[in-house]
Structures are given as C-alpha cells and as structure tokens.
Design a protein around this ligand. Structure first.
Ligand code: ADP
Ligand code: MG
Length: 308
C-alpha cells in the first residue's frame, strides 16, 4: 500500500461528481466560487492520544473529524461545499484501516452534501494525525459572526448540553458515549439562523467557556439560567445521584451544538425553530454569569477545555 495507491483507491472515489477536484489527478483542485457567494473556510486537526484513542472504529474517527468541521460551517450559516484532507499514518497502518476510514467519510459526505476536493498523504514516526479543511458557501455578507451579539439579545442553544462530556466520563453509558463519539452538526439550523440570529458559534470547548468567547468577541456579558439549560433524560438521570456533575455538563466539551443570540424582534421566528432553547440573555459589561435555581452565581474551577 503506497500513497498513490491509497489516493487512487480510497480517496479519488470520494470526489465523484465534483469536477473541481479533478479526480485528485492533478497537483491542486480548481474551484469556481458561485457568483454572489463567499467561501467560509475552517480547519480542524485531530491527533491520536489527544482527540481519539486510536482503537475506535476508523469510520467513526473519520466521521468525527468531518463533523467537527461541518459544525463550524453550520455555526457560520454556511452550506457545506467541499473539503481537503491531510492524513499522516504510521508505517504499518493496515489497508483495512484506510478503507474503513474512507467508508466513514463516504457515509457522511452523502448525509451532509459535501465532497472531497484534495489533500495530502504522508507517513509519520509518531501517532496518527488527521487534518481537514472544509469549505462552505454563504451569500455575500451573510456569514454569522461571533462578534455581533447586542445587549438585550436572547442567548440560545441547540440540542442538549453536556451529553458528550458525560459520555466521555461514562463510556459504559452507550447513549451518552455515542454523543461523544459522533457529534451531530446542526447544518440545517445554521442555514435557518442566517436571518434570525445576531451572532453564532459552535460549542466545542464547554458552554461556559464558549459563551465567554462569544461575549468577549461581542464586547458584552451574558447571564445563563442553569434551570433553562436543556438536558437529555440520560443526563438528568445521572444528575439525580451525582448533582456535582452539573459542572461537567456546563464546562465539558464536544457538544458541537450551536450557541447563538437572537434579537427580541425575531422572537416569533425563533419560536418556529425546532430543537432550540433560550438559556439566558446578553447584557452590557463583561463575562458570563451562570445562575443556579436559587438565583445564586455559580463558580467553576475551569470554564472549559484547554489544550495547554
Ligand atoms: P505531493 O505531496 O507529492 O505534491 P500532491 O499534493 O500533488 O502530492 O497530491 C496529488 C493529488 O492527490 C492532489 O490533487 C492532492 O490534493 C491529492 N491528495 C493527496 N492526498 C490526499 C488525501 N489524503 N485526500 C484527498 N486528496 C489527496
Ligand atoms: Mg504536487
């Protein structure tokens, strides 16, 4: 199995129907951006030992990589278009691994309407590293930003918060662990938010820390009502015996839900969306205050995941 064989056999088929990829037969892709559109570009890399253990099914590793990038496109209100993939594999990686990895990509390409357009394949003396650059399309000027929330806006979140963090902590809980292993990028919701939200980001490093990022980009503060944070029944069940895990829910990562703000004038439009919850409000000032059921300010040892 050499790199040319890998590309021809496993990666070229993933470009099918996308002429810009030139079948991975040239040095580079050639892309025509449709008139009136802008490119939204994002990149995520994952390393064995940091983002995945290495013994997960290869298809799942590939899907998670693609989905974390799709989540960024969703957060920007972009339509997924194509992606570039760099794989660094230790010598001795089996062909079966590559085949399964490519199968995971093929599955999600179909589900989310995105195609492979290029990449790079190398060996490495270290652990596996995968890096993916995803390109999305958005009408000019329509990309959702982090920096445009205003005091008075409602703070909202999609889906359920904390399931992935609990799933990492409790791999024996199949439902929650599946939420950790396979995020659900909110692509449709992101597109719908283009004309509803004032600001948007995806949550990957914990609700509290990500809310802080949105607030500092927008030069504002936020209040979060912890009783409004949407929790799955699996999470609620765990909280009954271990209430302290609420901190994990609020500061754990890997949710890949959308965190967004909505001006009150768009409340009627917001109410028509499915799977979203209002959890608080944007205010003037700085920082994020999470209030417990009694209205007291909660404090956290750390607000979210950090690499260093
Ligand atoms: P080199 O590294 O020798 O320059 P190229 O970058 O020219 O090799 O690769 C040849 C083609 O194969 C390019 O079109 C490139 O985008 C594509 N390619 C290589 N590795 C991958 C990969 N992992 N996924 C998708 N396309 C790939
Ligand atoms: Mg080349």
């Amino acid at each position: 199995m050499d790199e040319f064989g890998i590309i021809r056999r496993y990666f070229s088929p993933l470009t099918k129907g996308f002429s810009g990829a030139l079948g991975l037969g040239d040095d580079a892709a050639l892309l025509d951006v449709p008139a009136g559109m802008q490119l939204v570009v994002t990149k995520d890399a994952i390393c064995e030992g940091v983002h995945f253990r290495g013994d997960e099914p290869p298809a799942l590793i590939a899907q998670k990589l693609l989905r974390t990038n799709l989540s960024d496109l969703a957060a920007k209100g972009a339509q997924p278009w194509c992606y570039f993939l760099a794989v660094s594999l230790p010598k001795g990686t089996t062909e079966q691994f590559v085949a399964d990895f490519a199968r995971g990509l093929a599955k999600d390409q179909k589900q989310f309407g995105i195609r492979l357009a290029g990449g790079d394949t190398t060996s490495t003396p270290g652990p596996m590293v995968f890096s993916l650059t995803a390109l999305g399309l958005v009408a000019k000027g329509k990309m959702l930003r982090r920096n445009s929330a205003k005091a008075g806006d409602l703070l909202c979140v999609s889906g359920m918060v904390g399931d992935a963090a609990l799933g990492l902590l409790k791999p024996e809980n199949r439902t929650l662990n599946a939420r950790y292993l396979l995020p659900q990028p909110r692509v449709e919701l992101g597109l719908a938010l283009q004309n509803i939200a004032s600001a948007c980001m995806d949550m990957s490093d914990g609700l509290v820390q990500d809310a802080e990022h949105l607030c500092s980009a927008s030069k504002c503060s936020a209040i979060i009502d912890v009783t409004k944070v949407p929790l799955s029944s699996a999470a609620r069940k765990i909280l009954k015996s271990r209430p302290e895990l609420m901190h994990t829910i609020l500061t754990g990562g890997d949710d890949y839900e959308l965190l967004f703000t909505v001006p009150t004038k768009n409340l009627a439009k917001l109410k028509r969306l499915k799977g979203v919850s209002v959890i608080g409000q944007i205010k003037a000032g700085k920082g994020v205050n999470v209030l417990d059921a009694k209205g007291a300010k909660m404090s956290f040892l750390r607000s979210g995941y950090r690499h260093f």
